[in-house]
Each structure stands twice: as C-alpha cells, then as structure tokens.
Design a protein around this ligand. Structure first.
Ligand code: KIV
Ligand code: ZN
Length: 546
C-alpha cells in the first residue's frame, strides 16, 4: 500500500451491531457485507464469533460469500479482508479462526485492556501478566493466521510508556496491525495525535510493515476529530461504522472520515478506496436493517445535510452552489435517484435498475419485486431509487417470517373508537384474525398484533417518515422493541449478559400498514432470537424457547 493510502476497516457488523437495537439477522448481515464490499472498504470486521454459534456462522458465511472473489470475477477485483474479533484467549481465537479461515484474506483481531482502570477492576490482572498474555495470544493467533491485529483496549486512558511495552511484545509475537482504541471516547484530538505519534516513535521493533490503526468512540462527540488527528500522526487504518453506530454514543463514522479526507485533500493528501457515491445508499440500508434512524442534521448522511432553508442561503446557492456547499450531494450519492420508473416500466427496466443498485435477484425474487413495484406504481406516479430501496428492504431483507401480515382493516377518526382488525399467518401456517381497540390506529393495530403473537415486549421507539416528497409518498416506519422477559447474550468485551433491543422496518403507501409491518418485523427478530437461543425466555404458552 502506498503511504498515502488509509485503509478503511468497517466494524458496523461488530462494534456497530453491538449497539442497543442494532441487532441484525444473519441474512441482513450477509447482505450488508456485500454492500460494504461494493462500497470498497478494505476490511470487514464481520462479528465476534465467540459470542454465540449463530454469530460464528454469520461470520463464516460472510467469509465464504463476500471474502472470496465472485465466480467469474475479474482477477484484479478487490476482495475485502474478513476479520473476526476475539478476546485474548485460545477458545475465542480458535472460534475467530474457524469463522474467517475460508476467506481469501482472513484476519484475527484480538484485544486485551491496558489501562490501569481496566486491568485492576475488570481483568484483575497485573500489568506484567497482561504483557505476557498479549505475547502468548498473538503468538498463538499467528500459528493460525498470517494477518493478526492486536488492540490494547482503553488505550486512550492507558499509560503511553506501558503501551509501548505491550505493543512492542505484540510486534515481536507477529502482529501486523496495531489498533489504538479510545474505547470510552475520552481523549481530545491533540492528545490522540500525541499518543499515535509517540507509539510510532517509541514502540520497540516498529517497522514499515506494521499498520497503525485508530478506533475512536464518540462519547464527547470527538470520534471523527480524534481519528483524523491519529491519521495525521501517521495511522493508516481507520476503524469506522456506517452512520457512526456503535456502543453508547457510537464509533467514528465512516462517511465523515472518508469525506473529510476527500473534501480536504490538500490538507491531508491521503486517499481511501471508498466509492463515495455509494455512501447515501448504504447509510439508508444500515438504518433500515438496524431500525436506528439517522438524525436529520447528521453530517454527510442526515436528511438535512444538503438542505438549504434560510433565504439568504437559498439565494447564495442559486447564484453558485459552492457558496454554501463544500461537497456536491452527488459525490455521496444524494440526488441520484433521478431515474424514475412508472407504471408502464417493465420487468426488464426494473431488473436492470435493481442490478445497477447492487441487487441481483433471481427469477422468483424478481417476480415478487415486480409485483410490489406495480402495486406501488399504481398508487404513486413515479418510483425512485429510494422507493425501490425501501421495497427491497421490506420484501427481502426482513427476518424470516415467523408471523406474516396477511390483511388488515382499520377504522379511526373523531367519531368513534379507533379499531383495527389484523390477520396474521402464524408459524404453523394457521391464520389468526383479531380485532382490538386502541387510543389511535397504530395503538389498536399493535394491540391486535400483540394478542396474536403473545410475546410480551415494550415498544421503545416508533419513527415514521415519508421517503420522498409528495402526498402519494411511500411511508417508512422503524420501531425498536425490547422483550419484557428476555435474557440475552454476552457482549463482545465481557461476560456480561444484557437485554437486546430489536429494530424493525416497514414501508407502504399506507402508513398504518407500514407501522404493522415494522412491528411484526421486530417481533419476528425477537422470536427468532428466542428460538435460536440468543435470547432465552419462557413464552406465554409455557414453552421454553432456546
Ligand atoms: O472500543 C474498543 O476498545 C473495541 C476493541 C475491541 C477494539 O471495540
Ligand atoms: Zn469499540
């Protein structure tokens, strides 16, 4: 790699997925990994295989299906490295290797905390034991895999002199990438710059073959600034997530780092391999899959990021785009949905548009997509890429249908009690029809669904928005729910068990139907987690699931 190239290490599927509500199904993870590869990320951290057999299998499938060149692909086609995370112990490292070994370019990423706070209170280990464990575990990982990354967790609060020792041992043991995490988002850009510069200068055995990486969290809103400061100090890998999702306040956001390096090229003189016109689309996909809505004023991908409201700004923009825009919206794929399909567009037009958007469907899937498209085109004059993306997410990237909406009828208004009649096909194929009254049409609908599905849960968040302008727009709903009696899996950095939050997404021109779909979607994820054992719970039928 030339020294002006910054590798983009995407951890949306690992650190991002760890954030509350970001739980994705295996099918969603695989699909997202394909999109990340198309986006041009250099490394995909596909998950934490030791978390559960399910996580291991999801990483393995990504290694096989995304980490290998596609059949008939050009020899020069870029294939991303597939990384699996492991704590610094043999069973974790074995599982990470098991999961990634079939990739063309596998990587084991192992970590151990090095700050005094973590060593004393969490690990209950002496610093000397930490040094020894790092040396042993990196050595062990290298017996399995040629590409090993080591992270001293909580490096941002670690003693730099101690870090030099630990990192020196990691190099001696064969680590090829040293990732420096500001795990709790504590440092300032100036401090982080000095930390990275000090590591490059003082770590024993440092050489050109070692990549220094930055991994920052956003607790003080400084993740992007810190990551860029680290890059200026010499780091050549940035660990990021799409939309900046991740633990607590999130991780450094991919789009912010990439677009800063691109927009301020004269300042950094650095490059990435990211196809920036894909950014807007992948942001949407991550939001749909996770149910985590992007705040409107989010840099680069927020719905207001390129909107100009104030008269003086609009006047400036009309005179010259550069007056108030430092990037062109089309550079991140905004406003590219100009191609419009209508009710006279045929199957072929739909197939080729979807292929251009990165969705290659088989005949059966295309039939379904075409039926949905026709249905939408009958109700809406024009169908844009954004509409298609929502339809595809709604039709194909939802979890397995444990329950499926097969019909509904709602009456509401000022004259009576809002009532919803909902018909669902259950896991046994039986059709259940229930009517319920609520405070409004959505409440009535959710009550009817609850009484069929019978999985006690709390609705934590409900968001609705129109995908495009116009009264005939497709409505998109995202919800987040949490089981009332669930017990979930451990997180990646400890043995602690915690309750997962499940997101659901639905799109329809009828917003009550979209609301029902989003809720059923989230419930299906919860039920699948319970049945597959990632969330153990006794349901109301007295059956022990998982
Ligand atoms: O934030 C962190 O320290 C991490 C490590 C596992 C790299 O996510
Ligand atoms: Zn992290």
């Amino acid at each position: 790699m030339p020294n002006n190239y910054v590798k983009i290490f995407d951890t949306t599927l690992r650190d991002g997925e760890q954030s509350p509500g970001a739980t994705m199904t295996s099918a969603e993870k695989l699909e997202l990994a394909h999109h990340l590869a198309r986006l041009g990320v250099d490394i995909i951290e596909a998950g934490f295989p030791a978390a559960s057999p399910d996580d291991l299998e999801a990483v393995r499938r990504i290694a096989v299906e995304v980490g290998q060149p596609a059949v008939g692909a050009d020899k020069e086609a870029r294939v991303p490295v597939i990384a699996g995370l492991a704590r610094a112990n043999k069973p974790d490292i074995d599982k990470a290797w098991e999961a990634v070994k079939e990739a063309q370019k596998p990587r084991i990423h192992t970590f151990l905390a090095t700050s005094e706070i973590h060593m004393k209170h969490k690990l209950k280990m002496d610093p000397e034991d930490v040094v020894q464990r790092v040396s042993e575990m990196v050595t062990y990982a290298r017996t399995l895999c040629a590409d090993v990354e080591f992270s001293p967790e909580d490096a941002g609060r670690s003693d730099p002199e101690f870090l030099y020792v630990v990192l020196g041992e990691a190099i001696k043991a064969g680590a090829t990438t040293l990732n420096i995490p500001d795990t709790v988002g504590y440092t300032t850009p100036d401090e982080f710059y000095k930390l990275i510069a000090g590591i490059i200068k003082h770590t024993p055995g440092m050489h050109d073959g070692i990549t220094i990486s930055v991994h920052c969290h956003d607790d003080l809103g400084l993740a992007t600034a810190n990551a860029l400061a680290g890059i200026q100090a010499g780091a050549r890998q940035a660990e990021v997530t799409v939309n900046g999702i991740g633990e607590r306040a999130g991780n450094t956001s991919l789009e912010e780092v990439v677009m800063t390096l691109k927009t301020r090229k004269p300042v950094f003189n650095l490059e990435t391999g990211i196809e920036t016109t894909q950014i807007s689309r992948i942001s949407k996909i991550v939001s749909n899959y996770t149910g985590i809505v992007v705040q409107p004023n989010k840099a680069i991908v927020g719905s207001n990021a390129f909107a100009h409201e104030a008269g003086i700004h609009q006047d400036g923009m009309l005179k010259h785009q550069t007056t108030y825009e430092i990037m062109r919206p089309e550079d991140v794929g905004v406003n590219q949905s100009k191609l419009v399909l209508g009710k006279h567009s045929g199957r072929h037009a739909l197939r080729s548009r979807l292929a251009e958007m990165g969705h290659s469907l088989d005949e059966v899937e295309l039939d379904k997509a075409f039926a949905r498209f026709k249905e939408l085109a009958d109700r809406k004059k024009t169908v844009t890429d954004l509409d298609l993306e929502a339809l595809i997410a709604d039709e194909f990237y939802r979890p397995r249908d444990v329950y499926l909406l097969s019909g509904m009828q709602v009456s509401c208004g000022t004259m009576g009690m809002p009532t919803a009649t909902v018909r669902l096909r259950g896991p046994d194929g039986v059709i259940h029809t229930v009517a319920a009254i609520g405070t409004g049409p959505v409440d009535a609908t959710y009550k009817a669904i609850d009484s069929i599905v019978n999985v006690p849960c709390t609705l934590l968040e409900f968001n609705i928005h129109a995908i495009t302008a116009g009264i005939d727009a497709l409505g998109e709903v995202t919800v987040r729910i949490q089981s009332d009696n669930g017990k979930s899996t451990m997180d990646a950095q400890s043995e602690v068990e915690y309750l997962r939050v499940y997101g659901g997404h639905g799109a329809d021109t009828d917003i009550i139907v979209a609301s029902a779909k989003a809720y059923i979607n989230a419930l299906n994820k919860l039920i699948i987690a319970q049945t597959e054992g990632t969330e153990k719970v006794q349901n109301d039928f007295g059956v022990m699931l998982g």
